[in-house]
Design a binder for this molecule. Structure first.
Ligand code: AGP
Length: 607
């Protein structure tokens, strides 16, 4: 969603800010802006649309050595130049960028209007700059602190004061803010990507923290205004991960990165001799798991579907009841929390507001939550009792691919650990570890279906709608396949359990609405053949993705995509590949904005 970058130091601020905003583009945005401070005055530039619109109005060279920048994803107020950030006070001496939502902005706005403050935007964020102005006497930090005390809601902010050119102030509450610590220069970022390649070290602010930066120093304060020491951490993002390299889109690059990503997820975690795995960061003893009677997985979007796969795997291997919950629903459902329930929160970004708030609700009730997170140092990673990093590397494309696969991979290891503590014998454990260790090669082999899927996508690009059908452990892959098509191509697509077909969705079947079937050679094989026949009997087209060479499938298929054979429990990691390619190539054929689909953001930091 919205992105923040800030800079103070010897470099040309405008160049640093524009680079930072470019690196934040992946989050998704609809307008952008910068404020730069030079010779005691602040100049602000903002524009709707892509960054090149902003680039065309910012000065190519400027002597400004400090500034703030923002990419906005509209919540309060339309996508207009005026609503874009930064927002300035009337005198133009204070400029501010804000991520998050100010819940009590209407009351604050009325109060400020009564004092004569004029508002020019429709945003909630603008109240902050006027509020700070109303408290400013001779100490900018105090003005920010007093203003924030009046605020209900979430914020990550960066504030520039023209009368205090050697300072840059930041604060966070519920919306991340990170300080990049360079040599003789300081950065602010809504995530470390904002200053990757420019600063190697960072400090992560906690909720309620404020920071006062000069080019050479940082001072952090907690919500009680006490100065606090923060740990300086290495920025672990590899700057090549934020570049497309030989690929035209991050989406395609990240699909191709899956063999390597899965390798990273399993390396050092497999115990072949014992047919199990070791997961270092759980912060729980194995014996604690004997008391676990159920596992509740909390997530949104693709992470939710990865959670569905994991729930299936946990129940199959460990025979522990496992269920997935939509975090946005769970948070308000007065969830039942007890000692015997273990919660897993799954999130690529670790910044998804719905998931974070659900976790806080559970923790407030005394529940134990483990994180399954990609982004190191993210809010969720820091909030949870312990957990498993999925090590997918930075995912830039808004549509998740490699993080989804790594969430499944790591949770499969978790299920195996639990399974081996229960009914899974050593021989089966060894067999699974053997299969897991061949996953990178199997995924690599599956990637070879790209050109075949491209042809199929071109053939079906004008479909009225698409149905995705599967059973068992691949049912969530049908849901994820449909989500991928929807979010990137904007075509209507739905995933259903193949068994549910005749309970309603069958009415949609017609020559213009093809069905994608995912079929593995397991328990559901014969039933799936029956479902294909139901579709074919109604003149529907069948695109079959399968691990099987069964002649009946070949005869029934309008399109037949063969993928490598694998233990059914691991099959989602292969069946997902053709789904991802299908979404990519259909979107390419339709000329979509593949890495940043309309209306979407990479990390959804508001409820
Ligand atoms: C995936 O393609 C989506 N963009 C989206 O559903 C995403 O998975 C969801 O918003 C959850 O994000 P998270 O994993 O960062 O929490």
């Amino acid at each position: 969603m919205c992105g923040i970058v800030g800079y103070i130091g010897p470099r040309q601020a405008v160049t640093v800010l524009m680079q930072g905003l470019k690196q934040l583009e992946y989050r998704g945005y609809d307008s952008s802006g910068v404020s730069i401070l030079n010779s005691g005055s602040i100049k602000t530039f903002k524009k709707i649309g892509k960054l090149h619109n902003l680039e065309s109005i910012v000065p190519e060279s400027s002597k400004a050595k400090s500034g703030i920048g923002h990419t906005r994803w509209a919540t309060h107020g339309k996508v207009t130049d005026v609503n874009a950030h930064p927002h300035t006070n009337k005198s133009g001496k204070i400029s501010l960028v804000h991520n998050g939502i100010i819940d009590n902005y209407v009351i604050l706005k009325e109060e400020l209007e009564a004092k004569g403050y004029e508002f020019i935007s429709e945003t909630d964020s603008e109240v902050l700059v006027h509020l700070i102005d109303s408290y400013l006497k001779d100490d900018p930090k105090e003005a920010v602190r007093k203003a924030l005390k009046r605020v209900d809601g979430t914020y990550g902010i960066a504030v520039l004061f023209s009368d205090y050119p050697d300072q840059l102030i930041g604060a966070r509450n519920g919306s991340p803010l990170i300080v990049g610590v360079g040599e003789g220069e300081m950065f602010l970022g809504s995530d470390a990507t904002a200053f990757v390649g420019m600063s190697k070290q960072a400090i992560y602010l906690d909720d309620g923290d404020m920071v006062v930066l000069t080019s050479k120093s940082y001072k952090t304060y907690n919500r009680h205004n006490a100065e606090v020491e923060k740990e300086l951490e290495d920025v672990k993002i590899d700057s090549t991960e934020t570049k497309k390299g030989e690929f035209p889109h991050f989406f395609l690059k990240e699909i191709h990165e899956q063999p390597e990503a899965i390798r990273r997820a399993i390396v050092g975690r497999l115990l072949p001799e014992f047919g199990t795995a070791k997961l270092g960061g759980l912060n729980l003893e194995k014996r604690d798991f004997f008391d676990i009677k159920r596992i509740h997985i909390i997530a949104m979007g693709s992470a939710y579907y990865a959670g569905m796969v994991a729930a299936n795997t946990i129940e199959t291997l460990a025979r522990i009841p496992a269920q997935v919950f939509d975090a946005s629903e769970l948070r308000y459902s007065n969830p039942i929390v007890d000692k015997e329930t273990l919660f897993l929160a799954v999130s690529q970004s670790g910044e998804t507001a719905d998931t974070i708030l659900a976790v806080k609700e559970i923790q407030n009730k005394g529940g134990i939550v483990l994180g399954v997170v990609n982004s190191v140092g993210s809010t969720l990673a820091r909030l949870t009792h312990g957990g498993m990093y999925i090590h997918a590397g930075q995912e830039v494309s808004v549509a998740s691919t490699k993080a989804f696969s790594n969430q499944i991979t790591v949770m499969t290891l978790f299920a195996l650990v639990l399974g081996r503590m229960k009914d899974v014998p050593l021989s089966r454990g060894k067999e699974l570890i053997e299969q897991i260790s061949t996953l990178p090669e199997k995924v690599e082999e599956t990637l070879k279906c790209a050109s075949q899927i491209e042809e199929i996508a071109n053939k079906y690009k004008n479909s009225q709608s698409l149905l995705f059908l599967a059973r068992g452990i691949n049912y969530p892959i049908a849901l994820e396949g449909a989500l991928k098509v929807k979010e990137v191509s904007y075509l209507h697509a739905e995933g259903f359990s193949a068994g549910g077909l005749k309970h309603g969705p069958l009415a949609l079947v017609c020559p213009e609405t093809p069905s994608v079937f995912i079929i593995t050679e397991g328990e559901y094989f014969e039933k799936m053949i029956g479902n294909i026949q139901e579709v074919k009997a109604r003149n529907g087209k069948a695109i079959i993705v399968t691990t099987s060479n069964d002649k009946r499938l070949i005869d029934l298929a309008d399109e037949y995509v063969k993928i490598p054979e694998i233990d059914e429990i691991l099959s989602p990691l292969l069946t997902i590949i053709p789904m991802q390619f299908f979404s990519y190539y259909i979107s390419l054929a339709l000329g979509r904005d593949i890495d940043q689909p309309r209306n979407l953001a990479k990390s959804v930091t508001t409820e």
